[in-house]
Design a protein around this ligand. Structure first.
Ligand code: ADP
Ligand code: MG
Length: 212
């Protein structure tokens, strides 16, 4: 999240904590219900193991902390658990979950991916690719190319989302992966796009230690 911050990619408020009392403190500093997630390098798909709790009210934060740790332990007893992320909730009702990612291809170099995101991204496979670095018109074209493009422009009476914010994130990610060849792959999934802007809610990346 700090890496994304450094590149001007918007992220929700939040913090990774390693004690239930700290989780309660962080949640108290965030307006409304929070989202809580297990943080472990051994658990890449957190919701698959019950590692994401949405809509957590203040009085449930400490118990949820314990639940998330217990589920992670049950899934993989020897998993390295760094803690629990307590995060501001993003409004998904008005939003579209998108994915912005990068995979380094041995022949072509960094391939940027944009598409419909969320936990069903592999199932729907509605994505498009460009070789980084991308210009603004190229990034904008990516947002028009996917099958779900009409959702971004506001389908069935919904307000259009901030596509300019998505275009900017694609370009900022392009810059990030161009600056750091040691990043082998990176996914922001979801990048939630609402009428008011965008928020990178989840990020996962792999670094090549030899290239650092
Ligand atoms: P993972 O991809 O590892 O399962 P995510 O952090 O992407 O974990 O969370 C899974 C899903 O939970 C997201 O696709 C989104 O629908 C929902 N979610 C996660 N964080 C938030 C948030 N801060 N606000 C609203 N919904 C969220
Ligand atoms: Mg995710």
């Amino acid at each position: 999240m700090e890496l994304l911050d450094a590149y001007g990619i918007p992220t929700p408020d939040g913090e990774v904590v390693d004690a239930p009392e700290r989780a309660v403190e962080v949640a108290a500093g965030i307006d409304g219900d929070v989202v809580m997630k297990i943080v472990s390098p051994d658990i890449l798909h957190k919701s698959d193991v019950g590692g994401v709790a949405v809509g957590v009210g203040a009085d449930a934060v400490a118990d949820t902390y314990a639940d998330l740790i217990a589920r992670a332990r049950a899934y993989q007893p020897d998993a390295t658990i760094l803690g629990v992320q307590v995060q501001e909730a993003v409004d998904l009702d008005d939003g579209v979950e998108t994915i912005v990612g990068m995979n380094r291809d041995p022949q072509f170099g960094p391939l940027l991916l944009f598409g419909l995101g969320g936990i069903f991204v592999e199932t729907l496979e509605d994505t498009t690719c460009r070789v980084a670095p991308v210009s603004e018109p190229e990034a904008a074209a990516m947002t028009r190319e996917i099958d779900a493009a009409p959702l971004l422009r506001g389908a069935r009476g919904r307000d259009p989302v901030a596509v300019d914010g998505v275009v900017e994130v694609i370009q900022r990610l392009s810059q990030l992966v161009t600056d750091f060849p040691a990043i082998l792959e990176l996914d922001i999934n979801p990048l939630v796009a609402t009428p008011d802007g965008v928020d990178a809610v989840d990020v996962r990346l792999t670094v090549d230690p030899e290239a650092l």
